[in-house]
Design a protein around this ligand. Structure first.
Ligand SMILES: C[S@@+](CC[C@H](N)C(=O)[O-])C[C@H]1O[C@@H](n2cnc3c(N)ncnc32)[C@H](O)[C@@H]1O
Length: 129
């Protein structure tokens, strides 16, 4: 869905204050889970939150858009960024905090898709219908 515009994404959203957002997220995580070390950013886009959070946490991310994943991976070298669908992914790993920011969850159109995302049923090779 972002394939044609991926290269412009950071410019288009340059008005967004990712630093302030990340500061707020960091302080919520530290308050709710003071020993949190690992974060999964679901629908991570180009990695603008991830790269800022990576100063304090080990951050991985998934997104549907391959160009975004390339970008996020280049910004956060130690993380693992994968092309995956939030409705069915299996990373074989647990995280201390899972984020889904800037309305990424809103791309799921049906309640059952939201349930799938929260429960991560299935695996990457099964089909959605
Ligand atoms: C508005 S962008 C937000 C990106 C990023 N979180 C940010 O704050 O800049 C929504 C993101 O959700 C991703 N997305 C939409 N549906 C998805 C799905 N089913 N699985 C994974 N990512 C998805 C899009 O590719 C896009 O990167």
């Amino acid at each position: 869905m972002f394939t044609k515009t991926a290269k412009y994404y950071d410019e288009i959203y340059s008005f967004k204050d990712y630093s302030a957002e990340t500061d707020a997220i960091r302080s919520i995580i530290k308050q709710e889970h003071p020993i949190a070390r690992s974060i999964l950013d679901v629908g991570c886009g180009t990695g603008e939150h991830a790269r800022r959070l990576a100063t304090d946490f080990a951050v991985d991310g998934i997104d549907l858009e391959p160009e975004f994943i390339k970008s996020a991976q280049s910004k956060v070298a130690p993380g693992t960024f994968s092309v995956a669908d939030m409705r069915q992914f299996a990373l074989g790993k647990r995280y201390d905090a899972v984020l889904c920011l800037f309305s990424s969850i809103g791309y799921l159109r049906q309640e059952r898709e939201v349930t799938q995302a929260f429960t991560c049923k299935g695996n990457r090779s099964s089909s959605l219908s």
